[in-house]
Write a protein that binds this ligand. Structure first.
Ligand code: ZN
Length: 94
């Protein structure tokens, strides 16, 4: 995913989150999802703005396009992600 495309993806998600907050009966998971989701999306948009989108947070190598397509907004390349999950336990991807 190119950064322009990723930015659109983030904005669409933020709009969806915003629509939940206006719903008369928000889905029960909304509060948690909003909190983690907004923090994550803000981080992604900041990376896109600073040109570090698609860069691995651990080794600072470019994350392969194939991986970014499969996992939009991936924070790490596949080897670093595997190592991270081994250290911290698997986290659900948003
Ligand atoms: Zn890496």
């Amino acid at each position: 995913m190119e950064s322009a495309e990723a930015a659109d993806h983030c904005r669409q998600k933020l709009q969806r989150y915003a629509s939940w907050t206006r719903a008369p009966q928000p889905p029960p998971h909304t509060a948690v999802k909003l909190r983690t989701g907004c923090r994550y999306l803000a981080g992604q948009l900041e990376k896109i703005a600073t040109g570090t989108y698609g860069q691995c947070e651990e080794c600072e190598e470019r994350i392969p396009q194939a991986r970014l397509r499969a996992v939009p907004g991936a924070l790490r390349c596949a080897p670093c992600q595997t190592a991270f999950e081994r250290r911290h336990g698997k986290r659900p991807h948003l």
